[in-house]
Design a protein around this ligand. Structure first.
Ligand code: CA
Length: 236
C-alpha cells in the first residue's frame, strides 16, 4: 500500500478572484495536493485552524481583511483566538510586487512571495521547495509506515525501531522530505557526502541498497531505483 495523506500536502488557497481560485484548485488537485478553497480571510483562518493544512497560498487584497493582517495572525498564534499550526508554510501570491511589498511579506513570516501574473510551473516549484524546507525542519516525519524522529535520531518502520548508519539516516531524511520526487544521484551525493563530482556513485548505490533492505527486508518497497536518473523513497 502506498501512503495517502503523507504523499500529498494539504494547501489552503486564499484568493477572492474566482477564476484564479478555480484555476489553482484544478491544477493543484491534478498534482495530487489536497485543496481547500478560501475566498475570504475568515475562511482561510478557519481552514488553517481546523483542517491542519501544510501550506497557505495567500492573496493580499481580500474582501474582508488585508492578507498581511491574516499572515500576522497566523504567525503570532499567541494573539489569536483560533491559532493555526505555526509550522504552516505561507506563500504570498499577489498582484503587488514592489521590493517593499516583498520585504514586508517576508518580514511578516511568509516563506516566499510570487507576483501575479505567475506561471503555474514556477508556483509549483516554489510550493515544493517551501514544503521540502518545512518538512526537513520538522522533528517528526512520517511516510507510509516509516517514522523518522529527528530529535532522537531514530527511525521506526511499522512501529519497530531499525538501526541506520549516519549516512543512511541522512539519505533517508532527504528522500523522505519529498517522498515521490526522484532525486538525482548527483544531488544525493552532494547533499549527503558533499561530493561535487559524480565519481562516487558506487558508494551511493551501496548505501541505497542497504537502506532499502533495512526499511523493508522482504519486499524492498522503499528507496526505489529510477534507472539512469536516481532514487525516490516511494513509487509513484
Ligand atoms: Ca484579491
Amino acid at each position: 500500500m502506498l501512503p495517502t495523506r503523507e504523499e500529498t500536502a494539504r494547501i489552503v488557497i486564499c484568493e477572492d478572484d474566482q477564476p484564479t481560485l478555480e484555476l489553482l484548485s484544478d491544477h493543484l488537485s491534478a498534482d495530487r495536493f489536497g485543496v481547500l478553497a478560501a475566498p475570504t480571510a475568515a475562511d482561510a483562518l478557519r481552514l488553517c485552524h481546523y483542517d491542519d493544512p501544510d501550506l497557505l497560498l495567500l492573496d493580499l487584497g481580500l474582501p474582508d481583511a488585508a492578507g498581511m493582517d491574516l499572515l500576522r495572525e497566523i504567525r503570532n498564534p499567541d494573539r489569536s483566538a483560533n491559532p493555526a499550526d505555526p509550522g504552516i508554510g505561507v506563500i504570498i501570491v499577489s498582484g503587488r510586487g514592489t521590493e517593499q511589498d516583498r520585504v514586508r511579506g517576508l518580514n511578516e513570516g511568509a516563506d516566499d512571495y510570487i507576483q501575479k501574473p505567475f506561471s503555474y510551473g514556477e508556483l509549483l516549484a516554489r510550493i515544493n521547495s517551501v514544503l521540502r524546507r518545512r518538512r526537513r525542519s520538522h522533528p517528526l516525519l512520517r511516510v507510509a509506515e516509516i517514522e523518522i524522529n529527528d530529535v532522537e535520531h531514530t527511525v521506526k518502520v511499522g512501529g519497530k525501531h531499525i538501526r541506520l548508519s549516519m549516512k543512511e539516516y541522512a539519505l533517508l531524511k532527504i528522500l523522505a522530505s519529498e517522498p515521490t520526487r526522484v532525486y538525482s544521484k548527483e544531488e544525493l551525493l552532494q547533499e549527503v557526502w558533499g561530493y561535487r563530482s559524480t565519481g562516487h556513485t558506487r558508494t551511493l548505490e551501496a548505501h541505497c541498497s542497504r537502506l532499502r533492505r533495512k526499511l523493508d527486508p522482504k519486499r524492498g518497497r522503499y528507496v526505489v531505483n529510477c534507472w539512469g536518473v536516481g532514487y525516490r523513497l516511494v513509487g509513484p
